[in-house]
Design a protein around this ligand. Structure first.
Ligand SMILES: *[C@@H]1O[C@H](CO)[C@@H](O)[C@H](O)[C@H]1NC(C)=O
Ligand SMILES: *[C@@H]1O[C@H](CO)[C@@H](O)[C@H](O)[C@H]1NC(C)=O
Ligand SMILES: *[C@@H]1O[C@H](CO)[C@@H](O)[C@H](O)[C@H]1NC(C)=O
Ligand SMILES: *[C@@H]1O[C@H](CO)[C@@H](O)[C@H](O)[C@H]1NC(C)=O
Length: 464
């Protein structure tokens, strides 16, 4: 159901040629590591090596005369194979940075850092260890130009509700973010405890599919969507699609986990290999079944931010288990069947993987998104945002479709991580207190930058 892994590692470097300042590792504060000079080609008087223990680190202290966003790069050598390091700014949060194997000194982008006025620290922590660090560079991040995003749906028959929704998202993109909450009960918890109602309700078509209905599952999520839309809200649906056949249904892998790769032997690649295969037919049948539900929403004038085949690139769901090609193929089949055969013109097609090789293409995708769970980090997830910007060359609006920890609106703006909406996952993620404290939720929900249900009333006819 969710992604707990920090998938993405580093921000795509800004294209700007800004003046870079270099900070030599050998001049920084070293802990558990040593200065070396035997691998030629380094800058300064040496490099730092001996990353072999979890607590090993280099700490750079950097004074800044202003509060400003910088692109960070690392100059390293990787003679011991592919490694990851971990970069932490001012002792908070942090991001993993990939250091691919190399026998030369190379420079890699390592995300962005927002320096405070005065003294700051950038710490390189061991993580996988076994790499050589020569230096870091900081250059002022270029102010990105205006977004190039399209706000016309890819489905040329998209209805007026859907057109209005994508246009509305475009009108707030880069200026505001829409608050969102997965699951009706969790949304109600927000209303009661935070004192504001999210603008977006996240729902699931999970329990409308044959493999689950036949085992007793029932759902009222479609009715909830219609009710929430009547209150002026926006809805998004994912689909934890239980495999149509081949569920193990053992004590370790119960039938209700049937969307997980490890709970079924359903083989998407084999099923899609030929259209006469019985399993191909079963996939179409499931798509036809959920089409009935989506049709109810269309009939009730409810446009849907529609996020099927989510987290495909993670591989933990059967639709992503055989790599990008079958997943993209299934996306195309679903797009055609729902739009053309079923005449569903109320869908905003939301893709939910980051890697270029998984992208189904701009012809069938309206917006792109990612799911991120990092407990205790309320940062802007800007490296992931920047990866999504690069994925479509800034042609599609970007959403944070599932998050565990809410993002600090001040940092969202400072890092220009323009997530058009966020949707916190259900249950303990929102109400348990450990992923998000109630005080923090109250402060996020009262931010001017964060739009709530009361603030988006009439969105179909207006732009904020
Ligand atoms: C940074 O600023 C502090 C004062 O705020 C000063 O003591 C220190 O020497 C400065 N360090 C560097 C590397 O410029
Ligand atoms: C369909 O999938 C099931 C479950 O993986 C498998 O046992 C069966 O052999 C497949 N059928 C065909 C015709 O490939
Ligand atoms: C479509 O909506 C109308 C009211 O607008 C309702 O009477 C009808 O039952 C709905 N049909 C379906 C299939 O939901
Ligand atoms: C990305 O967009 C920019 C500006 O719209 C354009 O100049 C550039 O050619 C595009 N690059 C690619 C790879 O599409």
């Amino acid at each position: 159901m969710i992604l707990r892994v920090a998938l993405n590692t580093l921000a795509v470097a800004s294209v700007a040629v800004a003046q870079a300042t270099t900070y030599q590792a050998e001049a920084a504060t070293l802990s558990g590591v040593t200065i070396g000079a035997s691998v030629a080609g380094f800058s300064g008087t040496g490099y730092v090596e001996g990353f072999d223990t979890a607590s090993d680190s280099i700490t750079f202290t950097i004074n800044s005369t202003t509060s400003q966003l910088y692109d960070l790069k690392i100059i390293y050598n990787g003679p011991y194979g592919d490694k990851y390091t971990y970069v932490v700014l001012n002792n908070a949060g942090g991001s993993q940075v990939s250091l691919p194997a190399t026998s030369a000194w190379v420079t890699v982008p390592a995300g962005q850092v927002l320096l405070n006025t005065g003294s700051n620290t950038i710490q390189i922590q061991n993580n996988w260890g076994w790499y050589l660090i020569d230096a870091i560079t900081l250059s002022p991040a270029a102010k990105p130009g205006p977004h190039q995003t399209t706000t016309v749906p890819v489905n040329t028959n998209a209805n007026s509700d859907t057109r209005a929704l994508l246009k509305f998202l475009g009108s707030i993109y880069g200026k505001k973010t829409l608050s969102g909450q997965q699951d009706q009960a969790s949304l109600d918890w927000v209303t009661q405890n935070v004192g504001k109602t999210p603008a977006i309700l996240g729902l699931d078509l999970m329990d409308y599919t044959e493999s689950r209905i036949s085992r007793g599952a029932v759902s009222t999520d479609v009715d909830k969507a219609i009710d929430f839309a009547k209150k002026g809200g926006i809805v998004t649906f994912c689909w934890h699609w239980g495999a149509p056949v081949g569920l193990y249904d053992t004590a370790d892998h119960r039938w209700y986990s049937g969307f997980y790769t490890d709970a079924t032997d359903f083989n998407i690649e084999a099923a899609l290999a030929d259209t006469t295969n019985a399993n191909y037919t079963l996939l179409l049948k499931d798509i036809d079944t959920i089409a009935v539900q989506l049709k109810k929403l269309q009939n009730a004038s409810v446009p849907v931010i529609w996020r099927p085949l989510h987290e495909a690139e993670g591989g933990w769901f059967w639709w992503g288990a055989k790599g990008p090609e079958p997943a993209k193929k299934l996306w195309g089949i679903m797009y055609d069947r729902l739009t053309k055969r079923h005449g569903l013109n109320n869908l905003i097609w939301e893709w939910n993987s980051i890697k270029q090789s998984w992208y189904p293409g701009s012809e069938t995708v309206d917006i792109v998104s990612a799911d991120t769970y990092t407990q205790g980090d309320h940062g802007p997830i800007s490296a992931t945002y920047n990866n999504l910007l690069a994925l479509t060359n800034d042609t599609k609006i970007i959403g944070a479709a599932e998050i565990g920890s809410v993002m600090d609106p001040v940092q969202l703006q400072a890092y220009q991580a323009d997530w058009v909406y966020f949707c916190v996952w259900s249950g303990d993620y929102i109400s348990g207190g450990s992923w998000n404290s109630l005080d923090l939720l109250k402060s996020v929900y009262s931010s001017d930058y964060v739009l709530t249900l009361d603030e988006i009333q009439g969105w179909k006819n207006s732009s904020l």
